[in-house]
Every structure is written in C-alpha cells, then in structure tokens.
Design a protein around this ligand. Sequence first.
Ligand SMILES: NC(=O)c1ccc[n+]([C@@H]2O[C@H](COP(=O)([O-])OP(=O)(O)OC[C@H]3O[C@@H](n4cnc5c(N)ncnc54)[C@H](O)[C@@H]3O)[C@@H](O)[C@H]2O)c1
Length: 257
Amino acid sequence: MTGRVQDKIAVITGGASGLGDATARMLAREGAKVVLADIDEAQGNRVADSIAGAIFIRHDVTQEADWEHLIAAATERFGRLDILVNCAGISRLGPPEDETLERWRALMAVNLDGVFLGTKHAIRAMKKNRPLGGSIVNLSSIEGIVGNPNLGSYNASKGGVRLYTKSVALYCAKARLGIRVNSVHPALIWTPMVENQLRERGVENTEMARRTMDFMHPIGRMGEPDDVAYGVLYLASDEAKFVTGTELVIDGGYTAQ
Ligand SMILES: NC(=O)c1ccc[n+]([C@@H]2O[C@H](COP(=O)([O-])OP(=O)(O)OC[C@H]3O[C@@H](n4cnc5c(N)ncnc54)[C@H](O)[C@@H]3O)[C@@H](O)[C@H]2O)c1
C-alpha cells in the first residue's frame, strides 16, 4: 500500500509542537520522510524519536544561515526536497497603543521573515527536482483574513503570509517551476500556543475558557491539530496538483459569519 505523500521529502518548521508535530506525524503516516525543525531542541528531538525515519534539526526561522543549513542537511540526507511546511509561529495579545516596536519586530521576524526565508530557500532547492515538483504550505490563520482588536501584530503578519503566498505561487507558476504555494487558515486549535496565551492572560479555569472558545465556532467546538494536518496533507500531495495560490480555510465556519 502506498501513502498519499509516499517517499516525498518534507521539512516542517515548528515541528516540535502543536500543528507542526501533528503535521509531521500525518505526513510520515502517509509515507513521507520528515525533517523536523524547531528552536526547541529537547521537544523537537522527542517528537522526531517517536516518528520512524524522522530527523530533527535545530533551526531558528529568523536566521538565513539556519535556513541554508537546514535545506542543505535535508537534501544531503534524503537527496531532494518536495514539501516545506512553514509552521513555526508566535502570537501576542494586546492593544495597539501599548505594543512596542521591539515586540512587533520580534513577531514579524518569526511569522513573516521566517516564511519569506523558507520560501526563498525551498524554491532554490525544489527547482532542481527532476521531474519538476514541490509544494510549499504556509500556516496563516483566520487572523490573516479577519481582524481582531487585540491581535494587531499577529493579524498583520498572517495577512502578510496570505498575500505573500499568492505572490510566490504566481511567480512559481509563471516561471513553470512546478512548485505550488498555498496558505492554510485555521481558527482556534487547542495547542500549546493557545494554552500559553490563556496562561499569559492569567486564566486559571482552562476548561471553562475552552468551552467559551468552542462556542466562538459555528460548528460548536475548537479545532484539533489533525483537522489542520489533513488540510496540509492534501496541499502537500499530488492530489492538489492543480491547486496553487489558494487559501484553505479550516475554521468550523468562523469566517463564514
Ligand atoms: N493553534 C491555533 O489556534 C492556530 C490557529 C491559526 C494559526 N496557527 C498557526 O499555526 C502555526 C503553529 O501554531 P501552534 O498552535 O502549533 O503553535 P505552538 O506554539 O504549539 O508551536 C509553535 C512552534 O514554533 C516554534 N518556534 C517559535 N519560534 C521559532 C523560531 N524562531 N524558529 C523556529 N521555531 C520556532 C516553537 O518552538 C513551537 O515548537 C503558527 O504559525 C500559528 O500562528 C495556530
């Protein structure tokens, strides 16, 4: 039996946690060889050790030298690069009048510079593939489509990811590079990112908070990491061979309202 991404080589940033972890497991289950990348070395190694054939490489998405090292290591180990999932990201809550330029820039560095650098170095590696082919999947958010009064920097970064994805998709398509580029837009998914945000806000009753967040989604619940991983799997696979520059919204109806 062959998997939906059988023998494809996939790099997943932010692979040590949440959606990156779930995506790595999903792609591996469907036959891909996965390279997990993250700044969290301990957790990244733990996840890689639990996935057959996976390797972990310490990597900071904001550093271009780290990208050069990561892509070189992946292609040296496995011979090519077929899939890049730009999943690493951070969020920050707060009113715009209290935001500092330092924190704004720090968030942009991870959420936007990281996607820019990853996309650049993935194109350079993927264009060498014969036969031509490659899929870049960028994690944006519903917050890249609709605004939130206390998520200004996050909204700006994820909106940037959404449109940058379309620009690069057009570039790759028109240059006939065979590389597809798409964005994914989840609503609230229960991951360490969301749990940490609650903790930062001093929320003690996380069960109650979770129920409140469930009701924000017309479907009646928050998402699970695999709800997103299935979407990434589709975009990464050849089933999506005519899909580029699209935005796959996975939000339980949140943005349909
Ligand atoms: N969880 C949600 O509700 C949700 C919704 C929409 C979009 N997203 C997006 O999905 C992606 C994954 O989110 P998550 O919920 O799994 O978050 P998470 O906090 O569970 O995982 C993020 C991972 O990124 C890593 N990371 C942070 N900064 C990094 C850096 N500079 N270099 C390399 N790795 C770094 C962290 O170590 C962590 O392992 C993010 O881009 C996030 O914005 C999440």
